[in-house]
Every structure is written in structure tokens, then in C-alpha cells.
Write a protein that binds this ligand. Structure first.
Ligand SMILES: NC(=O)c1ccc[n+]([C@@H]2O[C@H](COP(=O)([O-])OP(=O)(O)OC[C@H]3O[C@@H](n4cnc5c(N)ncnc54)[C@H](O)[C@@H]3O)[C@@H](O)[C@H]2O)c1
Ligand SMILES: [Zn+2]
Ligand SMILES: [Zn+2]
Length: 395
């Protein structure tokens, strides 16, 4: 089959690889019909290169049609339509029972000290072959695979794999009080969807980004926007205070993460890490501060005293300098982590199954491309060119 493979930093290629088969009784194999490209894939593209191996199949936002079913997957049959969560979780361990599926103890990667395995996401997360491919083996499908109706287009359900539960968890963790203001940093797919969910819940929602068409998308759906192009981190927080009676936002979602635009300092480290041999780069990544913290420091500055910061952007350094004095003094609450996908899919599915497309998911993707177009799509999405906000591959 054809699959999108990582071959080196900024080197993505479509290759022929062996077709996946059932290996465990809880597996299924699906024929992938749609597969998203995510901001998290961009971290692999460059910064997390030390943890990738040439030939790794990438992609963690797939859906498709069941082709083969293991002996212990009673809820699925060949021909069913399923969406696959990006985290691989078992459903019955201590963590899964507590709805912390991204910490699943059956698939945790203890040798790296990391949480549950993720589809297509480096040695740090289990090196599970990913879903930007014609076929996918789905481990723990007896719990993970979410069966959806066959009535509507793929895009109605596709974002259940990652964007929707991630954005949903971000808003849940933000814990916006009634009548409160939510600030969302970043208007990529995650920030955009978090803003949509915030507005759906009736929160006043402000979104900050520097890409015109991304801001236009969210303002088209009713959000207030701040263009940060000519603002430093302090100036962004100052604008937010001006809009919120001088106090700051009740809750801030960081939907940007480690590759934030703003503070240049760490950019050199990112580049360096991408160029070094893995044996040197791996410990550097794990022990040093490698994140660009512009969005997070803005979040800490722009949140009101006693407010909440909810981080869905991915960070990777172990020794990043953070304004701990300010965090303590402002008495803010911080929540973060990979989305616990299966914790939220039931709630979200109830919205998606309505006739009305409440969150606008069917017009959410800006590009539908073939797998062969993946190398260009990664480059375009990274540079935020060509209006690319959400790219969906149709293998
Ligand atoms: N927690 C999870 O489970 C989870 C799941 C999916 C994605 N993510 C992470 O969420 C983040 C966003 O993902 P995405 O797909 O939307 O990616 P993206 O790269 O398309 O979006 C990031 C956006 O942030 C903007 N930005 C950059 N610097 C900024 C700053 N200083 N202030 C405000 N905006 C800024 C960029 O212009 C871009 O529009 C990534 O870090 C991704 O890895 C986390
Ligand atoms: Zn993703
Ligand atoms: Zn588990």
C-alpha cells in the first residue's frame, strides 16, 4: 500500500510499504477514507526529528471502513464506518477507568517516561504506524474505534479523531465562568475549533493569531480577534486587558505550543536539534529547554488573577524557563495534556449527529488532497501558505 513516511527532517515521502494485518485479537484493519494533517505532525517534521526513524508512517487523524476484524472486537463488523482516536488506549486499565486515556497504562511508554502510545508519533509514543496511508492496523480497536453513521460526508465525523476532543478538552479545562471571557491563542485547527466550542457554549471569545485568513475564519463565526503581527508578548496581554475591564481574560487556551512565533531565542536550538546526530540530540531535547514560550508567557500574562490557563499546544523541553513568580502571585490554575479522546467522543458525537452542522465541521477543512500530495502539503501547512488551515488527505 501507499503511505506517507518520514525520511528525515523536512523530508516526507510517499512510499510503498507492506499492507497491515491483524496481529492481536483486539485489532482491526481499516481502509482509510480520510486522514487529517495536524499541527502536531509539524513538530515531527522538524523539531522532534531525533525521535523519528526513516520509514516511519505518520498521521494520527484517520477514519475509514473496517476491512478485517480481530476475534475480540465484538462491536464492529467488516464494512462498518469508524473514526480512530489519535491515542491508543485500552479502556480497562487504572487510567482508562478514570477517563485519563492519554495516560493508558497498557500502552504507556515507560522506557521513555511518556504516556499512552499515539498513532504515527515517534519512538517517544510507541512508534505505532500511522494513518496517512491507504490502510491502517488499529490496536485496541475493541475500545478505541468509534463507530459512526454512514449517512453523512467524512468531514462530519473525521475531526472526532483529534481536533474536536482536543479543542473540547481545552474548553473543559479552561473552566470559563458564566458570563466570562475566553482568550484563545492560536487560530490553527485546534484554536479555531476551541473558539467555535467556546462560542457554542455562550462564552465571549477572543482569538489571537498573526495569519490573516485564520483570523478571518474565526471572526466570520463571531469571535473577536487580535492580530499579533506587530505586537510583542506584553502588548498582546495589554490588548486583552483593555478588552476586559483591565483584569485580563477569565480563561486562556494556549493552542500554539512549542513552535510559537515571537521569542527568537530557541529557534537556533530547534534548528540545531534537527541537524545533530540522534544520540546527541535526544538527550538535549529531553534535558534542555527547547520550547519557544511566547504563547505560554502571553497566556500567563493575559489571564486575570485567579483565572485558568488551559494548554493544548504541545511542549517538549524539560528545563524551560517559566515565569513561576508571576504564576504563583497571580494564583492561576494551569491544566494541560494530550486529549483523552474517548472521554469526550460521546458528548461530541451527540452534537455531530444533529441535522444542523453546529460547529461547521463540514466546511472546516481548507484542502482535500491525495496522499501523493503529502510532501507539498506538509511544506505549505508549515509555512501557512495557500490558505492552508486544515488539510485532509483522501487516500
Ligand atoms: N493536546 C493535544 O492533545 C493536542 C492535539 C492536537 C494538537 N495539539 C497541539 O496544538 C497546537 C496547535 O495545533 P494546530 O493543528 O492548530 O497547529 P497550527 O500550527 O496550525 O496552529 C498554531 C497557530 O498558532 C499561531 N501562533 C504562532 N505563534 C503564536 C503566538 N505567539 N500567539 C498566538 N498565536 C500564535 C500560528 O500562526 C498558527 O495559526 C500544536 O502545538 C499541536 O501540537 C495538541
Ligand atoms: Zn492531531
Ligand atoms: Zn488503558
Amino acid at each position: 500500500m501507499k503511505a506517507v513516511t518520514w525520511q528525515g527532517a523536512k523530508d516526507i515521502r510517499v512510499e510503498n510499504v507492506p499492507d497491515p494485518v491483524i496481529e492481536e485479537p483486539t485489532d482491526i484493519v481499516i481502509r482509510v477514507t480520510s486522514s487529517g494533517l495536524c499541527g502536531s505532525d509539524l513538530h515531527l517534521y522538524e523539531v522532534l526529528a531525533p525521535f523519528m526513524e526513516p520509514g516511519d508512517v505518520v498521521g494520527h487523524e484517520p477514519m475509514g471502513i473496517v476491512e478485517a476484524v480481530g476475534a475480540e472486537v465484538p462491536h464492529l463488523d467488516v464494512g462498518d464506518r469508524v473514526v480512530i482516536p489519535f491515542n491508543v488506549s485500552c479502556g480497562h486499565c487504572w487510567m482508562c477507568e478514570r477517563d485519563l486515556q492519554s495516560q493508558c497504562e497498557t500502552t504507556q511508554n515507560t522506557e521513555h517516561g511518556t504516556g499512552a502510545s499515539l498513532l504515527g508519533y515517534s519512538k517517544l509514543y510507541g512508534q505505532v504506524p500511522g494513518g496517512q496511508a491507504e490502510y491502517l492496523r488499529v490496536p485496541h480497536a475493541d475500545y478505541g474505534a468509534v463507530k459512526v453513521s454512514k449517512e453523512r460526508p467524512d468531514d462530519r465525523y473525521l475531526f472526532l479523531s483529534d481536533v474536536l476532543p482536543t479543542a473540547w478538552q481545552a474548553v473543559e479545562y479552561a473552566d470559563v465562568p458564566d458570563g466570562g471571557t475566553l482568550l484563545v491563542l492560536g487560530a490553527g485547527p485546534i484554536g479555531d475549533m476551541a473558539a467555535r466550542i467556546g462560542m457554542h457554549r455562550g462564552h465571549r471569545t477572543i482569538v489571537a493569531d498573526l495569519v490573516d485568513e485564520r483570523l478571518a475564519r474565526v471572526s466570520g463565526r463571531g469571535a473577536e480577534t487580535i492580530d499579533i503581527t506587530d505586537l510583542d508578548e506584553t502588548a498582546v496581554a495589554e490588548r486583552v486587558r483593555e478588552l476586559t475591564a483591565g483584569r485580563g481574560a477569565d480563561a486562556v487556551i494556549d493552542a500554539v505550543g512549542m513552535e510559537a512565533h515571537g521569542s527568537g531565542g530557541v529557534k537556533a536550538v530547534h534548528k540545531l536539534v534537527g541537524l545533530l546526530p540522534d544520540a546527541i540530540a535526544e538527550p538535549l531535547m529531553l534535558k534542555a529547554g527547547v520550547d519557544r514560550l511566547a504563547a505560554l508567557t502571553t497566556a500567563i500574562d493575559a489571564v486575570r488573577r485567579g483565572g485558568t490557563v488551559s494548554i493544548s499546544g504541545v511542549y517538549g523541553g524539560a528545563a524551560d524557563p517559566l515565569p513561576l513568580f508571576q504564576m504563583f502571585d497571580k494564583q492561576i490554575q494551569v491544566r494541560m495534556g494530550q486529549a483523552n479522546v474517548r472521554r469526550w467522543t460521546g458528548d461530541i458525537l451527540a452534537l455531530l449527529d444533529q441535522d444542523e452542522d453546529v460547529l461547521g465541521v463540514e466546511s472546516f477543512a481548507t484542502h482535500h488532497l491525495s496522499l501523493e500530495e503529502a510532501p507539498d502539503a506538509y511544506a505549505t501547512f508549515q509555512k501557512k501558505q495557500d490558505g492552508a488551515v486544515k488539510v485532509v488527505f483522501r487516500p
